[in-house]
Write a protein that binds this ligand. Structure first.
Ligand code: SAM
Length: 283
């Protein structure tokens, strides 16, 4: 029996039975593996870390996209940095009036996601509203003169090519291409095993934005417990949008979801005490 051994966190491992390897090779930048597991369906890993699985990606991508989109209420332009599997793009395409720019550093991730995991992107890569750019997201935001209402940093963890997507410089450049009242969301890991990353993002984003916090969702294939999405905006009212307004926007947008509800949206921002304390704990 072959096992995939998630090694993202030293001393903590998640073993997934590999029923069939569909692809395994080094891209120009990352070790990419796509395999079948009877519980999670097709699984993609990069550099030995689970990125997305067919069976639980809906949780991760719905919470990544619909929380900022429905809190903002009037976003017409969204930027995805990373997101090569196309899951965030698929969720954004549910909005009628949206233009999406997606910047991923690894063309092979996009191509193989389309080929082996088409349900994740759900046709988003063929949608004329999507502008796909293959580039380093850090360089892209530094050089662009465009702006976006919602910026989704759907990155790998801060190792390898993803490391630059957690820097003060990158966050500052993202702010420069955010429209007034816009919001930035980050993939900020699993606090129980990535507490320092959470705190560092909190500090770095806190130097740039009026309102910085996190919201939570449990992604079954991510080892260590609930994961955190970073939230950063200068419009503090976005996090306080009422349940009734979110519900009305959800209906008006005409979107369908399998995890996200306006109630889950509001509850996701309720941080447990251990995570609240982690944000300001002396290192
Ligand atoms: N759900 C995953 C997680 O929580 O770690 C993230 C999924 S997505 C596949 C991560 C993407 O980030 C990959 O497609 C990878 O190529 C991309 N990426 C890594 N570093 C990047 C960079 N510097 N610029 C743009 N994309 C980057």
């Amino acid at each position: 029996m072959q096992l995939f051994d998630e090694g993202l966190h030293s001393g903590v491992n998640l073993a997934l039975k590999v029923d069939k390897i569909l692809y395994r090779d080094q891209t120009d930048l990352q070790d990419l593996m796509i395999f079948e597991n009877k519980n999670f369906g097709r699984v993609m890993s990069l550099d030995g870390s689970v990125q997305t699985t067919e069976k639980d990606e809906f949780i991760y991508h719905e919470m990544f996209v619909h929380v900022p989109m429905l809190a903002h209420g009037n976003a017409r332009r969204a930027l995805i940095v990373g997101g090569g599997d196309g899951g965030a793009a698929r969720q954004l395409m549910k909005y009628r009036d949206i233009a999406v720019t997606m910047v991923d550093i690894d063309r092979t991730v996009v191509e193989l996601s389309r080929k082996y995991m088409p349900s994740v992107s759900g046709g988003a890569f063929d949608d004329p509203r999507l502008d796909l750019v293959i580039a380093d997201g850090c360089k892209f935001v530094k050089e662009t003169d465009e702006t976006w209402d919602v910026i989704i940093i759907d990155s790998t963890d801060p190792h390898g090519p993803g490391e630059v997507l957690y820097t003060q410089e990158f966050y500052s450049d993202c702010k420069s291409c955010l429209t007034p009242g816009g919001v930035i969301i980050t993939q900020n890991g699993v606090p129980f095993v990535q507490e320092e990353e959470l705190r560092t993002s909190y500090q770095r984003l806190g130097r740039l934005f009026q309102d910085v916090s996190f919201y939570l969702a449990a992604i079954p294939s991510y080892v260590g417990g609930i994961m955190a999405y970073g939230w950063a905006t200068d419009d503090a009212s976005l996090r306080k949008v009422s349940l009734s307004t979110l519900a009305a926007r959800y209906v008006e947008a005409g979107i369908s979801t399998d995890y996200y509800t306006p109630e889950v949206h509001k509850a996701a921002f309720a941080l447990p005490l251990n995570i609240q304390k982690a944000l300001t704990r002396d290192e």
